[in-house]
Ligand binder design. Structure first.
Ligand SMILES: Nc1nc2c(c(=O)[nH]1)N[C@H]1C(S)=C(S)[C@@H](COP(=O)(O)OP(=O)(O)OC[C@H]3O[C@@H](n4cnc5c(N)ncnc54)[C@H](O)[C@@H]3O)O[C@H]1N2
Ligand code: MOO
Length: 418
């Protein structure tokens, strides 16, 4: 546990992340039909309720045979077999296949008794497609025992673990659970989040700007990111720099939300309302050794965790990636993953502030396979915390250590993918 007392000095990114995560509890769990689990996190181990496939089934459209019958089949000396049954997917064989006989069978249909292989329709004299059932067919190619048969349980046996607790139900995980006949799963409720953009200068995008007004981009950025990361964004608010307005919004949001993310008002200004309000509520205001994103805030209002991000829009993006996302993941029942760092080569040179780790929105270019990717800032202003216009071009953040003052073209650098 990182002590709040340690916050007088600049804190490392890792320590602040841990500090935040220590204040996060997962939401309660609920039991939902599998079709409603998409986008949620499993609170339990899901085991196969049925084998996959649930029965021995055909992997091809063709004819279920006894392999032995086909041993000497070829194009000039086809083997003639009597068709005794017709088995579509969703049907089953009523007759036993015996030597000299076969059953027409479709992909996914159960293998009838007596058959131990399937001959593809292409290896017979029957045209592919919707043809009337023949009384007899010619087989042009041999099949070995088991050919074109998917054995019951060969993909997963009954009771086999399929979804680990803490796994995110993306579309693939939902399909995996459904395929082994899961009806319901216990999942964590989606975290409910409110976004609050603070600043008297903020107006709707598209407004004719007067008297120092600027378009509010942070509320859209945060609401969008939070949705992309699986939150239930209940409410998006924009308020002027009034502690009273902030108090009212936070108190209302705290009644229904697990997390409130604010932007702006956390530094040293005369109207920094998150600071002013938070100080009366025991919030922490760490200075994190990063650029952008140095001034941060966090605290509790009721049961809601409040993460206060600085107002500069690129600071919002970077600190949302580094702090809000893991907090949300943890709240949603996942174990948050630390960002993976890769090696690259600087495609140009730039300056970096000493004492703070720099995160530069960048793009990657792989010039030759096997070579390190070339990392190029997406804007000549690099990590400028107001350059939100170029962030949409970034596929990575170049991470420059705190002690480095200057990156030269060709230097080995590190990056994380976004
Ligand atoms: N004397 C000092 N001044 C500042 C310091 C400091 O240490 N001492 N830190 C600087 C750093 S670093 C940052 S980051 C900012 C953070 O300031 P605040 O969190 O108080 O943010 P604001 O002042 O409210 O806004 C900063 C900037 O961002 C624009 N902004 C705010 N909200 C939005 C929005 N919703 N959409 C678009 N743009 C927004 C705002 O207009 C300001 O330009 O403080 C430095 N100052
Ligand atoms: O650290 Mo601030 O976030 O430079 O812009």
């Amino acid at each position: 546990m990182i002590a709040v007392a340690a916050m007088a000095e600049m804190m490392s990114v890792e320590d602040y992340r841990e500090f935040l995560l220590n204040q996060v509890a997962p939401t309660e769990t609920i039991n939902l039909p599998i079709a409603q689990a998409h986008g949620l996190v499993s609170a339990e181990l899901v085991e196969a309720s049925c084998p996959l496939p649930p029965f021995d089934s055909s992997a091809m459209d063709g004819f279920a045979v006894t392999a032995q019958d086909t041993a000497f089949a070829n194009a000039t000396m086809p083997v003639r077999l009597t068709v005794i049954d017709d088995i579509p997917a969703g049907g089953y064989g009523r007759e036993r296949v015996t030597p000299g006989t076969c059953a027409r069978i479709m992909t996914g249909a159960p293998i009838p008794q007596g058959a131990d292989a399937v001959v593809r329709v292409e290896d017979t004299d029957v045209p592919a497609g919707a043809t009337p059932l023949r009384k007899e067919i010619s087989v042009y190619a041999p099949v070995s025992s088991g050919k074109n048969i998917r054995a019951m349980g060969e993909a997963a046996n009954i009771g086999e673990p399929v979804i680990a607790p803490g796994s995110f139900f993306d579309a693939r995980a939902v399909a995996a659970a459904a395929s082994v006949n899961t009806s319901h799963v216990r999942v964590y409720r989606k975290p409910k989040v409110t976004v609050v953009a603070t600043g008297s200068e903020l107006v709707d995008p598209g407004t004719s700007l007067v008297d120092g007004q600027i378009p509010d981009s942070n509320s859209l950025l945060l609401a969008g990111l939070l949705r992309e990361w699986g939150a239930d964004v209940e409410c998006v608010r924009r308020i002027r720099d009034s502690v009273e307005d902030l108090r009212a919004v936070l108190e209302e949001a705290s009644l229904s939300c697990d997390l409130i993310v604010t932007s702006g008002g956390v530094s040293a200004g005369a109207f920094d309302i998150v600071k002013d309000y938070g100080e009366t509520r025991g919030f922490s205001f760490p200075k994190v050794a990063m650029q952008p994103g140095k001034p941060q805030a966090c605290g509790k209002v009721g049961n809601a965790l409040v993460i206060g991000l600085p107002g500069n829009p690129v600071s919002v993006w970077v600190s949302a990636l580094l702090f809000v996302r893991p907090a949300l993941q943890s709240m949603a029942g996942m174990r948050p993953e630390a960002p993976r760092i890769f090696d690259g080569v600087a495609g140009t040179g730039w300056k970096s502030p000493t004492g703070r780790r720099q995160y530069v929105p960048s793009t990657l270019k792989v010039e030759r396979s096997g070579n390190r990717p070339v990392v190029m800032p997406v804007h000549r202003l690099g990590s400028g915390s107001h350059v939100i216009n170029a962030v949409q071009l970034a596929d990575s953040l170049c991470v420059v250590p705190a002690e480095v003052e200057c990156v030269e073209r060709g230097d080995r650098v590190q990056f994380l993918q976004v």
